[in-house]
Design a protein around this ligand. Structure first.
Ligand SMILES: Nc1ncnc2c1ncn2[C@@H]1O[C@H](COP(=O)(O)OP(=O)(O)OP(=O)(O)O)[C@@H](O)[C@H]1O
Ligand SMILES: [Mg+2]
Length: 328
């Protein structure tokens, strides 16, 4: 499969008080055409920063793209002109965010919001834009479409609004959809309906999806490959089957210990991971996870491990040192 997006050694820094603090370090991953790649990690691991960095949505007064490349269709987004960025954002790469109540404008009718990307990126023909919006609203299961188009976000439930956000993200036939916790603000039943809907749409439109979630159980059922992030770094990546069946990094193992197993009636307490994810200013020396790791070695406190490649997985952990490494 051809890579649609490829991040090569991307590092992003936060600029604060005349200092420059790394918030994303050495991020490497690719999304192939038509593929679903899941990005998983606890709150504060850098998932959203990564997703915003893809289209340079991180404000450049506060963040600097320190090193590396963001290749979209083999062109480096870090070298894009303002015009190229404009057509990338909302055109070729579209976003769905966690909370539709904040991602949609409360004082603008749905109709005006949903046609906006089409008018900006595709054609100024308003009639055509409205027809496309109505078609997509039907596709995502909205009824009373004409009434909904005239309504404001505050008049609808979160589930309906998130369906509208999905329709809106499809207005320009994006090649990549970035879904940042698209269902975590919603009830579980609505969650699974929306995930099914995204899967259907991806099949029909052959688009790729970067699916961000803290829920490894949810994403494992829908994704092709998975990356696990911890404190601004990727600590493990691989096919979903390999990572779920044989997690290598102690952090991945701990995340998997924190999800319930369907059919397990033993009422055993789920494992939580003691401690918290450090903020970028507190990233420790050595492996970022060592203070919470049950398998930490002495070296983990002083040296940050490189990625070690296995057949279907890569892992950033000294337990696997000695095997073939990259980024050495
Ligand atoms: N504008 C900012 N200024 C300073 N720190 C920031 C800023 N944005 C994010 N951070 C910090 O960067 C880290 C990563 O944040 P990010 O939003 O990417 O986490 P996340 O993995 O998406 O978490 P969540 O699951 O809660 O959405 C966090 O420690 C966060 O506090
Ligand atoms: Mg986030």
């Amino acid at each position: 499969m051809t890579d649609l997006l490829r991040l090569e050694n991307l590092s992003v820094h936060l600029l604060a008080n005349h200092s420059s603090i790394p918030v994303l370090q050495d991020i490497n991953f690719s999304v192939a055409e038509g593929e679903i790649l899941a990005v998983v990690g606890e709150s504060g691991c850098g998932k959203s920063l990564t997703s915003l960095a893809l289209t340079r949505l991180l404000p450049e007064k506060v963040f600097s793209y320190h090193s590396g490349k963001i290749l979209f269709q083999n062109k480096n987004v870090l070298e894009f002109s303002e015009t190229e960025l404009y057509s990338l954002r909302g055109g070729e790469i579209a976003y769905i965010f966690q909370d539709p109540f904040t991602s949609l404008n409360p004082i603008k009718k749905i109709k005006d919001q949903i046609i906006e990307p089409y008018i900006i990126h595709i054609s100024q023909n308003k009639k055509e834009a409205i027809e496309k919006a109505e078609f997509l609203l039907g596709k995502v299961g909205i009824t009373d479409i004409k009434d909904r188009m005239e309504a404001y976000p505050g008049q609808m439930s979160g589930g309906i609004l998130q369906r509208i956000s999905i329709a809106m993200s499809l207005m320009c036939n994006p090649k990549l959809l970035v879904a940042d916790e698209p269902t975590s603000a919603l009830d579980v039943t609505i969650q699974s309906q929306l995930v099914d809907l995204l899967m259907e749409i991806r099949k029909e439109n052959k688009m790729s999806i970067l699916f961000i979630s803290h829920d490894i159980g949810l994403v494992s059922s829908i994704s092709d490959r998975i990356i696990i992030m911890y404190a601004g770094q990727i600590v493990e990546s691989g096919t979903v089957d390999s990572v779920m069946d044989a997690p290598l990094h102690p952090y991945t193992t701990a995340l998997l210990g924190a999800i319930p197993t369907i059919g397990d009636l033993s009422h055993k307490r789920l494992d939580s991971i003691p401690g918290i994810v450090p903020a970028p200013i507190d990233f420790p020396k050595g492996c970022h996870f060592h203070a919470r790791c049950t398998k930490a070695l002495d070296i983990c406190k002083t040296k940050n491990p490189n990625m070690t490649d296995r057949e279907a997985q890569s892992v950033r952990c000294f337990l696997y040192e000695g095997e073939q490494t990259k980024n050495a």
